[in-house]
Design a protein around this ligand. Sequence first.
Ligand code: ADP
Ligand code: MG
Length: 217
Amino acid sequence: MNKLGMNARELRLCLEFVAETVIGEESRLTSLDSAIGDGDHGITMRIGFEAIKRKFASLDEKADLERVFDHAGKSFMGATGGAIGVLLGSMLTASGKALSGSAEMGAAEFKRVLEAMELSLIKLGKAKPGDKTILDAVHAACEAVTDPAIQDLQTMLIRAATAAAEGAQKTSGMLCAKGRASRLGERVLGHPDPGAVSFSIILEAMAKWLASHAVTQ
Ligand code: ADP
Ligand code: MG
């Protein structure tokens, strides 16, 4: 049976699972960034998600969806440097704002979360789709969830995660217009963007967590 929504406690558990998954991918993410950047991406992602885990360990049980995302974003941003620290940190706090007043994150709320992530990313990073950045995965996920036939969070997360992975893979064929790798010209061809791969790992882990947990509604 499909799970219809996630409450704040479940979102927190889900993000803890995401944290474990991202931390486990450190060496893959770092080697992707070694190919076209400065090789710190896996380390930065690990440090950011370790900070999220630490924050969640002391988080008030009553924290709502907005506060769970807000704390995640602020912890990530506070612990990390590099481009991704500010960009992903802001995407997470923007997700919190998108859920202000919501007690459950169902399909409609998750669509709002993805849209808020894309908007905050574009506002701060000023990238466009096709620039070979994390935006290529985020944008693909946003496009995938516009199908009105998708009515439940589980289907939506699977569709978004699949689209983000495809979006990340497509960055291999792109020249880079933003961030460190933009200085490398054609040398970046054949390598996916590390930030885009990270975003697809995050959505895949969310989908996996949801698939293995019971319904609340
Ligand atoms: P840094 O580039 O500072 O070493 P990271 O290696 O942690 O930071 O992250 C690099 C990732 O950040 C890139 O793979 C790309 O996805 C993302 N990125 C960098 N600059 C931008 C930007 N202006 N807009 C969107 N994403 C960006
Ligand atoms: Mg880097």
